[in-house]
Design a protein around this ligand. Sequence first.
Ligand code: GLA
Length: 738
Amino acid sequence: MITYHERERIFKLDSPNTSYMIGIVDEENFVGHIYYGKRLKEAEASYLMRTQEKPFVPSRNNRERGAFYDGFPFEYPVGGLGDYRESCLDIRTAGGHAGAMLSYVSHEIMRGKPGLCGLPATFGTEEECETLKLVCEDCYVGMRVELLYTVFSDSDVITRSVRVENGGKEHFYLTKVYSACIDMDSRDYDMISLHGSWARERHIQRKPLGYGIQNVSSFRGESSHQDHPFLALADRHTTQEHGEVYAMNFVYSGNFRAQAEVSQFDGVRLSMGIHPENFCWKLEPGESFQAPEVVMVYTDRGLDAMTNTFHGFYRKHLLRGKYKDKKRPILINNWEATYFDFDSDKLLSIAKEAASLGIEMLVMDDGWFGRRNFDDCALGDWVVNEEKIKGGLAALVEEVNKLGMKFGIWFEPEMISPDSDLYRAHPDWAIAIPGRPGTQIRQQYVLDLSRKEVVDHIYAMVSAVLKSANVEYVKWDMNRQLSDMGSAALPPDRQGELYHRYVLALYEMQNRLTTDFPDLLLENCSGGGARFDPGMLYYSPQIWCSDDADAIERLKIQEGTALIYPLSTMGAHVSDCPNHIVGRTTPFETRGVVALAGTFGYELDITKISEEERNQIPGQVAMYHKYNDLVREGDYYRIASYSQNHMFDCWQVVSGDKRESLVTFVQVLTRANYRSRRILLKGLSEDTRYEVQILSARGEKEGDVWICGGDTLMSAGVLVPDMPGDFRSKLIYLTAVD
Ligand code: GLA
């Protein structure tokens, strides 16, 4: 999979359908990017680095060093010496200077994939992947940089990361360390990214790439609602089914920048890494810094292929734990049912009703601890409020278990309320700038997780609660973004490390939790879906997608999320109507089929919904049990996008063996005097005949079953019957008959 061609000085990295080539140039040993794309047979084409064109490599033409630097396709560019495009690595020496340049020193090709110290990362066995470690250095600073590339035999994925080591005699500061860069020729590309806000996360944006810098980023201390650590360049003509796409996704949950820069010579530099704003990491001699991982996907088969490459890869090489490829218990969460106004009697009345309808787990959300009766206090006081939870947690959980249900609980471990016993005892444990009043968001501060005593204290409280009762699920929330960056424990020249140290400590806490409680189902959350990223998915196989559970709003949110992440990871619930966020009323069955595209659960007061709605729940539960294997493990195809057509949405899942498939169709707006809609299915076997059954959104058969070839279903399509009314939906279920 990885070969080094000594005569040509080319590294060739091959996945099943792609090749990536790196070249080493002349005596200066610069490392350049040659090619990334469709798989090639030979290691050649080093002419793509254009070292035969003026300005020549500096050692042959020492006059034009700057001009060379500014055009060469660096594999990992460093700033300060004349490459004026955006660098991937910037330093400041002890003397206060910037500027370095990397040259190849050595390399190693190894089977398997090393873990990244303290960071989440994708993994694979020695049979599944191979890793290239390219060692480069700047001998003036004494800086050693290791570029790591892993290719997989079962996925068209290349992962990258970078480790920087101070091999010199003096300290220096890293002021920027990105994790990956591809310096290639620009074409007629569109840039695809995900953007949003609270309650409308990860909407897809596609726009033409122009000259200059275009980026998406977060310096909110988390991957954020607003932008997403993902960027793709797609040929202007690329569709769901056809065309080239280059995509990068960051396995990191903090500040990031994902960027494309089109240069004066029509090159495009695609880069991704930790956001350099307010980042400054001191490296003493002998110390090293490990940058997080980037997952790169290339395909020439359109966006569906990109999506399924990410899905399959993450299911196999990122998700972990007991529930990685298992059905998750259908849960009912009390947040939208009660907000802070509940006690154990109320919870048990919800649980009783839910259990009788087939729901499998009760989740107790915010408000069970300290004096937390509103969102203005008690974060940090992780002790059960026995005025609400009478007789304590164990008693409540026992009652819930007696109903045949599991029990789950909500925490927000990274936070501290100014009105809390914890803050009164340790005001310096909050992140703050000394002498400046702190910015409160949702009336809370963020804990300084860079301090071990803080992490230990909080973790001890959380784990004591978990050990006190049979808790089988945790929703780990994070409801404000970081600001006022200051740690009472870090020296002045290490304050710029706080953002990253925070993320490392968060990972360490989640690692402890999943190690100490290996059977726990962990669901991450951040004010809805502000930290839905591969970093968090390494610890929790599912993440709450958005606080907006309105079925129509969810179409765009789930489409954008599923562009990269498997459906098995998307926290999705049937919630109450009128919807608490947008005030829209949608049919209960449409809420059901939209939530069935994710983990599935309920978030409403089941004791108060109408008889008609309650009666639908057993049917939805049965549909979950019937289709969830397919939804969780199947390939996912986007058939129509409501965000593009503003009328209807349609997606399809197909089992790996292509013998079973489910199509979900949501008619957002009805039309006057039209006939049925024709849709073309995808992903089936052309040579297989399928039994096709139209189902109502309640799962009831509509009309007769008919048999049809996969080729017909994909090329000629099927008709979705007309539905009067808005927000209506239907399913089509297909099973192979030969
Ligand atoms: C966040 C979560 C919600 C709920 C509340 C509780 O907003 O996304 O689901 O848990 O916090 O405060």
